[in-house]
Design a protein around this ligand. Structure first.
Ligand code: AQP
Length: 331
């Protein structure tokens, strides 16, 4: 039997998981675990690129792991682990930092956007895309399921793998991004010009994975649209409405244009968006409530996941370190 191909993806424990995370990435992680050897991690080292309270980081990391089970990841099929539990991630990142250039990191749009929001910019924010490349390349991942905002970072990981292989000999698999056809970039319901994000404060603009049906209905009802009242899909002229159409399309497996054709009034559309999203997230809410009864299960999942991840990551790291000429430690 041909070996299964590997997939890897991660999520930062920087706040409550959002509907954007779910539609752009998480639900595809679940689908991919059927036919691939899957590695999914809570990228806690990435959360340190911004200011985060240490107690909140720990709590968010546990919460993220619980959510990964609640969305339907099966720890027997997917290795679920915490990035910092596998020390090869920052070790390989250093080798890749010595492969990347200042120029290409300066061109990362997410870095530029985030740097603008801060008075002082952490060096880790600048080099974070290289750590993300290490996350991917350590597992010889052929595919990386992510939302559209990560497209440029995956391109960088590919570029670094190709450059490293060219310079030091065949070492890494060159990964491909898997970006979903619908809802690859879910926008904030109050600010449809920016993406829905777990670390940006927008209580009415962000739907959380565990929001109650009432909360979802309230947020969708108050979502910003426009005043011309015509239901049609136009991302430039009607970004708020387009976002709602995208959401309903993703939740009901249709195209946004098909969805637009079925409505004449914003109010009817909003009612159906709220109902479809509540239904979509209902199994996640229910499983999460069950899992909360047994916190030791998560510890065990993370320990087993880290052991599986470490076995793969350490072999890749040794290969890469040998390729650049680092002297192996005496046995
Ligand atoms: N709005 C979104 N629409 C579609 N996909 C999204 N993703 C994130 N936001 C959206 C995808 O979810 C995965 C994990 O995301 P992340 O932890 O890297 O980023 P985040 O949720 O955006 O968290 P932050 O901390 O709030 O980050 P910033 O500050 O960057 O906005 C990824 O696959 C991502 O594409």
């Amino acid at each position: 039997m041909a070996p299964m191909s590997r997939v890897l993806s991660g999520i930062a424990p920087s706040g409550n998981f959002t509907l954007g995370n779910y539609l752009g990435a998480l639900r595809h992680w679940v689908a991919l675990q059927d036919d691939n050897e899957a590695f999914y991690c809570v990228v806690d080292l990435h959360a340190l690129t911004d200011s985060i309270d240490p107690a909140a980081l720990q709590a968010n990391t546990c919460d993220a792991a619980l959510n990964m089970l609640a969305i339907g990841l099966d720890p027997h099929r997917s290795a679920i682990f915490v990035q910092s539990h596998v020390p090869e991630h920052p070790r390989l990142a250093w080798l890749l930092e010595c492969t990347a250039t200042m120029g290409e990191l300066s061109r990362m749009t997410q870095y530029k956007e985030k740097a603008e929001r801060h008075e002082t910019v952490r060096a880790g924010l600048f080099t974070y895309p290289v750590l993300m490349a290490a996350d991917i390349l350590l597992y010889d991942a052929a595919a990386v399921p992510v939302g559209d905002d990560q497209r440029q970072h995956i391109e960088l990981a590919r570029e670094l793998a190709i450059r490293f292989n060219h310079r030091y000999g065949e070492t890494f698999t060159v990964p491909e991004a898997i970006i979903p056809p619908a809802a690859a970039r879910v926008m904030d319901l109050q600010h449809p010009e920016r993406k829905m994000s777990k670390s940006v404060e927008s209580p009415l603009g962000t739907i959380s994975l565990l929001d109650s049906p009432d909360d979802i209905a309230k947020k969708v009802r108050k979502a910003v649209t426009d005043t011309d009242g015509e239901v049609r899909y136009d991302q430039d002229a009607k970004p708020g409405l387009a976002n709602l159409l995208d959401l309903l399309a993703a939740a009901t497996d249709r195209t946004p244009q098909e969805v637009a054709g079925a409505y004449e009034r914003y109010g009817d559309l909003k009612n159906d968006v709220a109902e479809a999203l509540s239904e979509l997230l209902r199994p996640v809410r229910e499983l999460r409530a069950e899992l909360e009864g047994d916190p030791s299960h998560v510890d065990q999942v993370l320990a087993e996941g880290a052991a599986r991840a470490h076995a793969v990551a350490s072999a890749t790291y040794v290969r890469a370190a040998g390729a650049v000429g680092l002297l192996p430690p005496a046995p």
